[in-house]
Design a protein around this ligand. Structure first.
Ligand code: ADP
Ligand code: AMP
Length: 211
């Protein structure tokens, strides 16, 4: 199966991505994680992407599309994959469709969460600097403060989870990414999931939306 997780920043896509991908037995990738990995490895692409990310705006399509298409070209994705955070523009979506041809996207899970809740989630989010797993200081805390339960990596707050960048990212989502809801709805593959339930309930709703 070829799956896309679509939704505003902070909706809980990353929190559910591993569970859904494991359920389907497919590899997953988050475009934001690819950029952050590049930045950590101090590549030119990472530095360039960061200049956009820290302002809360999208990295230009020319850069993002090439990076994600490279990932999709991997042998491991032949039987299916899960994309978290890509596509985010109509142009990204149409390029992806052309690239996939007959092996089209099977399902787009659109996670819906109110703006007030998104702001709360992003304000309390901490991320593992090693494996990218996310936690929330209040709603989803790690067992040991500041330490990832999966890999013992250090947890940090993302620069773009600070209030100024958050406001910009939400505006960018509504202006540039929301049109994809209509695009995938017309294609007949969109399923909407109420992301404002508990993490466990959202997980169940995701799995149900795949059948
Ligand atoms: P996204 O990948 O969509 O940007 P994340 O999965 O990183 O969002 O989740 C954003 C924040 O909200 C994290 O701190 C996460 O722990 C928390 N979170 C995710 N799902 C829920 C939920 N259902 N209820 C409460 N908090 C959640
Ligand atoms: P995320 O980790 O999904 O919240 O993404 C963090 C940042 O990475 C975004 O605010 C963008 O600057 C950049 N980014 C991630 N995915 C994309 C994408 N598909 N298109 C453009 N920019 C992206």
């Amino acid at each position: 199966m070829r799956i896309i997780l679509l939704g505003p920043p902070g909706a809980g896509k990353g929190t559910q991505a591993t569970r859904v991908a494991d359920h389907l037995g497919v590899p997953k990738v988050a475009s934001g994680d690819l950029f952050r990995d590049h930045l950590q490895q101090e590549t030119e692409l990472g530095q360039l992407a960061d200049s956009y990310m820290k302002k809360g705006v999208l990295v230009p399509d020319s850069i993002t599309i090439r990076m994600v298409m490279e990932w999709i070209s991997k042998e491991a994705t032949r039987e299916g994959f899960l994309l978290d955070g890509f596509p985010r523009t109509l142009n990204q979506a149409t390029v992806l469709d052309k690239r996939l041809g007959e092996e089209a996207i099977d399902r787009v899970l659109y996670v819906n969460v109110s703006q007030d809740e998104l702001v709360r989630r992003l304000a309390g989010r901490v991320v593992c600097n090693n494996c990218n797993r996310t936690y929330h200081k209040i709603s989803n805390p790690p067992p040991e403060d500041g330490v990832c339960a999966d890999c013992e990596g250090d947890l940090y707050q993302r620069g773009d989870d600070k209030p100024d960048a958050v406001a910009k990212r939400l505006e960018v989502f509504f202006n540039q990414t929301v049109p994809l809801v209509n695009y995938y709805s017309i294609a007949g593959v969109l399923r909407e999931v109420d992301g404002e339930q508990s993490i466990k309930m959202v997980g169940q709703a995701f799995i149900e939306a795949l059948t």
